[in-house]
Design a protein around this ligand. Structure first.
Ligand code: GLU
Length: 311
């Protein structure tokens, strides 16, 4: 059994083909797991935004790049019972309340004193049962259901990130289960990481500000807190997060444009700042040998998609 060995993971949402930036984050998660003797796990985060066939195709791309997860992937849609249990534990601590607000309600509400900007204003925190009953009926008439929120004191929570140093963010009354019945990302991520023995999370730094929330939930649920390593994102020429509309950005598209697997690895080396002989990678083994996390470029990388010769 390997289960007492820690693990790293890649947890893409199967919402479409991975672009080169997602792929780079996933490869870095794998590299770090291999460099530190951890298992490398894969999780299919399919509670939301699912495109049929995408999960399989993401795994196939990684297989082509020379990576197979060490265990069969965890599938979130098969774990609803586990998430319900976690929610019940928080309910048992008196930390869960119904929220009847729409997005617009939240935008328009005056923010509570001392609460961080953008935080939930606490509208539904302290309602009387009779008021709750009225709200439930109102929502029911609109065909909606209440969301469930975590009761917090809006305190700042700090986690340490291996690349970014301290990440400090206020944890507000975050959603645990949405009005449409879908369990919220922050809850299920930390439950799954805990259940699979993930003790280091490597992912894109767009999720860095979620780490304090997840750390807070881990503490409430008595789950071990993983360590964190958020890697820089790949952006488009306008400096925004890379997206499909930016052109040939997925592995499949790049292959069509003539890129080989070796080209992908060569780009990885250059984009992470390992140039010259130490960065001329052509395989995952080269990347495992070549990445030095202490010397990773920390800025964003701009990806310029190859031009379509036919266009
Ligand atoms: N499923 C999330 C995404 O694709 C990543 C979750 C995580 O790594 O914590 O953005």
């Amino acid at each position: 059994m390997t289960s007492n060995i820690g693990a790293g993971r890649f947890a893409p949402s199967p919402s479409g083909d991975l672009h080169i930036g997602n792929i780079r984050s996933g490869l870095l998660a794998y590299v770090r797991a291999r460099q530190t003797g951890r298992r490398f796990l894969w999780r299919i985060e399919d509670l939301d935004r699912v495109q049929s066939g995408a999960a399989q195709s993401q795994l196939e791309v990684f297989a082509e790049l020379g990576i197979t997860p060490d265990e069969s992937p965890l599938v979130q849609s098969e774990r609803l019972g586990v998430y319900s249990e976690a929610l019940s534990r928080l309910e048992g601590q008196g930390l869960v309340y119904e929220c009847y607000c729409s997005r617009k309600d939240i935008r328009q509400a005056p923010s509570a004193p001392h609460s961080p900007p953008g935080a939930y204003p606490g509208t539904c925190r302290d309602l009387l049962e009779s008021e709750r009953e009225q709200h439930r009926q109102r929502l029911q008439e609109q065909g909606r259901s209440p969301a469930l929120r975590l009761m917090t004191d809006n305190a700042e929570v700090t986690v340490h990130d291996r690349l970014l140093g301290e990440i400090k963010a206020p944890v507000d009354d975050l959603v645990l289960k949405r009005g449409d019945g879908v369990f919220a990302y922050n809850l299920i991520v930390i439950v799954d990481d805990g259940a699979s023995g993930v003790d280091e999370v490597v992912r894109g730094d767009d999720l860095a500000t979620s780490a304090p929330r997840q750390a807070h939930l881990a503490q409430l649920l008595d789950l071990p807190q993983p360590s964190w390593l958020h890697v820089p994102l790949v952006v488009n020429t306008a400096g925004r997060r890379l997206a499909k509309r930016d052109g040939a950005v997925t592995y499949q598209q790049l292959r069509t444009m003539g890129w080989t697997r070796e080209d992908v690895y060569a780009w990885m080396g250059a984009s992470l700042g390992f140039t010259g002989s130490e960065g001329s990678w052509s395989s995952i083994d080269d990347m495992v040998a070549g990445v030095d996390f202490d010397r990773l470029l920390t800025g964003e990388t701009v990806f310029v998609p190859p031009a379509d010769a036919s266009g």
